[in-house]
Design a protein around this ligand. Structure first.
Ligand SMILES: *Cc1c(COP(=O)(O)O)cnc(C)c1O
Length: 428
């Protein structure tokens, strides 16, 4: 399978090159040259298939013959080492829980899949790839855990000192081996700026830098898997399905739209955002005007210019009318989010964290228009990762899951940096 750059359709690369490079040399995102729907029989029999079988059928056309079938199946099995339950929260509303993995965030899926693809491509070479990521919290932990011990891959994670939670910091600083954490004296945007600078720096060419966020197709495409798993669990209700994704860089929702292109019957998509409302404003006013991000309690979605939105536009051939038939987007304040966490708990005893609550809010809003449907929102992280918000709101103490307990006792190891020069010295 070939991928083209969204900046230049004549620039084409293989799956392998797209995964290793992350971004095209012209800074465009890669996009698959063809998308072929799956046969009807696949959807008719989906409840008979295991998650691994479903994942293999959905991803194989995007990998082509670049990873042999047995290897790809092994990668999928290692990626999907946990459950994806669809939990009924109230009448016709379900929470698709994506947080049962090793770092308790959905990003485990993409990070595990991508790391193993890179490991396969590196199997016979001594060449090293360096995965360089800036994190405001969740990405770093999932990448650290997903890439731990993968052959030929060194991981360097930049995070803002004092700006990530204690649990998140331990998830990225305690693993050792091929994972290095750089603690930046600054805010997330400073980390992000340094990473961007490094990708453009000719003198770092020999480090083969790549990214591990949803820009990378090997992190983005496997995010389709769990949208299929949701359908497998909801098909029995025999109603149209509305999917709401709490959205930051719009990777999940874009994966959902890809799943629909493969034939998955999702009737409507909702991109639910916090105060970072670039896409809801676009749908209302018709012009796309990114703004600098603002800080909210659902901080993994504090994104002013969602990187995958350009892929969504490509999926709709930039046809706004067609797009609006399938897609809505709504923005919610922190006050609404907090009120909703309390409200859901008092009515149903379900504990949502801020990102899931934003997803729930968008879903409820859309369901007023889609009355004969059932709705599912993504619960993208475990409430324990946002305990400083959830515990006081609900006046309770959350039990510590074993994945978190495992990191709490470990010693933090990080290198403090302040300037781009220091990052460069570290990488050299
Ligand atoms: C990354 C993240 C999101 C945003 O997901 P996108 O696919 O970038 O829209 C939402 N919730 C949590 C908890 C996250 O870590």
């Amino acid at each position: 399978m070939n991928y083209y750059s969204l900046n230049n359709k004549n620039h084409k690369v293989t799956f392998q090159e797209a995964v290793i490079k992350g971004l095209a040399p012209d800074r465009g995102l890669y996009f698959p040259e063809t998308i072929s729907p799956l046969p009807d029989s696949f959807f008719q029999n989906i409840e008979m298939l295991s998650n691994e079988e479903i994942a293999f059928e959905t991803i194989k056309q995007f990998v082509g013959d670049e990873i042999p079938e047995t290897e790809l199946k092994k990668i999928i099995t290692e990626t999907l080492c946990f459950d994806f339950p669809c939990i009924p929260v109230e009448d016709n509303i379900f929470s698709l829980e994506l947080f049962h993995g090793p770092t308790m965030a959905f990003k485990d899926v993409g990070a595990r899949f991508m790391s193993r693809c890179l490991g396969y491509f590196n199997r016979n070479t001594d060449k090293k790839v360096t995965v360089l990521v800036a994190t405001s919290g969740d990405t770093g932990g999932a990448v650290a855990s997903g890439f731990l011990g993968v052959k030929g891959v060194e991981v360097v994670i930049l995070y803002p000192s004092g700006k990530v939670s204690d649990i998140q910091e331990r998830q990225l600083t305690t693993l050792g081996q091929n994972i290095k954490a750089l603690e930046v004296d600054g805010v997330f945007d400073d980390c992000q700026d340094m990473v961007k600078k490094a990708f453009l720096d000719e003198s770092l060419k020999h480090k083969n830098l790549t990214s591990a966020n949803s820009i990378n197709i090997a992190r983005w495409l496997p995010q389709m898997f769990y949208i299929f798993f949701a359908y497998k669990q909801l098909k029995q209700y025999n109603k149209p399905i509305v999917l709401s994704c709490p959205s930051g860089n719009f990777g999940n929702i874009c994966a959902g739209i890809m799943a629909k292109r493969l034939g998955l019957p999702i009737s409507h998509f909702v991109a639910s955002t916090n105060a970072n409302d670039t896409v809801p404003r676009f749908l209302e006013k018709g012009n796309y005007e990114p703004k600098p991000s603002v800080t909210t309690i659902s901080n993994a979605m504090d994104v002013g210019n969602p990187s995958n939105f350009i892929r969504i536009q490509e999926l709709y051939n930039n046809d706004l009318n067609e797009f609006e038939k399938d897609f809505s987007s709504y923005s919610f304040s922190d006050t609404e989010t907090e009120r909703t966490i309390k409200d859901i708990y008092s009515r149903t005893k379900y504990i949502a964290e801020p990102h899931g609550a934003v997803g729930y809010l968008g879903l409820k809003k859309e369901m007023q228009k889609q009355r004969n449907s059932i709705g599912v929102f993504l619960e993208t992280a475990h409430p324990i990762k946002f305990l400083d918000i959830v515990e006081p709101l609900l006046d309770l103490q959350l039990p510590i899951p074993k994945q978190i307990e495992n990191v709490l006792g470990k010693e933090k190891v990080s290198v403090k940096i302040k300037t781009y020069g220091e990052l460069k010295d570290f990488l050299h």
